[in-house]
Design a protein around this ligand. Structure first.
Ligand code: B1M
Length: 211
């Protein structure tokens, strides 16, 4: 079994110490961090997601796999985030109200930091007004919202409406993303940008900050 398949397999079993060790081993073997993330960690999480959908695994197993994923990402973090880069703008990021999924949001944050952006992470279950308050306090150029549930993606509309009704309208762009989000939804709610993954979110955020 290749080391990337091993990482995927340990993650599916929720074995955090094994995930950490095998991610480190893959790095030591010279495998690029992005490949370890995509073909090891995310591959394992995709299998868990599919099994969750099919009722083959349940919330506790998913939670343990998610913790293992977080441990693996921690090992990768220094390789995904550039050190000592001059800050190019500030982004306020969070998972919207009612939603507790944070793995994708954390990856977006890391990739943005890797582009030299300052990122204020508000965590999960963030109501619209907190996004706006943090944007004001930190003079942010971007509010970035993540949602993983079809039942919480509507919260993004509340964020867009709150920005439009405020003095931040011409200062702040609203970026959205997460598994159920699409470009059509972005257009429908009037958000500024939708990106499908963490890498493209970071690229778009950088270009918005440099504009
Ligand atoms: Co939940 N969950 N979950 N869950 N969970 C999903 C999302 C689900 C699709 C599973 C399924 O049924 N197949 C389903 C949602 C169904 C729906 O809404 N249609 C679901 C459900 C139902 C639930 C609960 C309701 C289950 C329950 O309690 N009965 C519950 C809700 C809790 C809540 O939020 N209020 C729940 C709970 C949980 C756990 C706590 C157990 C755990 C989360 C742990 C954590 O995040 N710390 C969990 C997990 C892990 C998942 C799955 C399996 C994996 C999500 C994940 O981390 N993926 C997920 C199934 C799936 O997505 N396949 C599922 C890896 C991550 C890297 O991907 O977050 O998509 P993702 O991020 C991507 C892109 O989307 C994008 O970039 C990332 C990578 O490039 N992206 C952005 C994300 N944010 C972005 C923002 C951007 C741009 C791009 O710009 C700002």
């Amino acid at each position: 079994m290749s080391i990337l398949s091993e990482i995927s397999s340990w993650l599916q079993q929720g074995r955090a110490p094994k995930v950490k060790a095998s991610v480190q081993q893959a790095l030591d073997e010279g495998i690029p961090a992005g490949e370890i993330l995509e073909q090891g960690l995310l591959d394992g999480m995709n299998v868990i997601g599919q099994k969750f959908k099919n009722n083959e695994v349940f919330v506790p197993e998913v939670l343990i796999a998610a913790r293992a994923m977080t441990k693996g990402v921690e090992v990768l973090r220094p390789y995904l985030v550039a050190d000592g880069v001059e800050e190019k703008g500030t982004v306020v990021i969070g998972t919207v109200k009612g939603d507790l999924h944070d793995i994708g949001k954390n990856l977006v944050r890391m990739m943005m930091e890797g582009k030299g952006l300052k990122v204020i992470d508000l965590g999960v279950d963030v109501p619209a007004e907190r996004f706006l308050d943090a944007a004001r306090e930190n003079d942010a150029k971007i509010i970035a919202c993540s949602a993983l549930l079809t039942t919480t993606m509507g919260e993004m509309r509340s964020v867009v409406e709150a920005v439009e009704a405020s003095e931040l309208r011409d200062k702040v762009k609203v970026m959205i993303g997460g598994a159920p989000i699409t470009q059509a939804f972005c257009d429908q709610i009037g958000a500024d940008n939708y990106t499908p993954d963490a890498a493209s979110a970071a690229e778009v955020a950088l270009s918005l900050c440099m504009a």
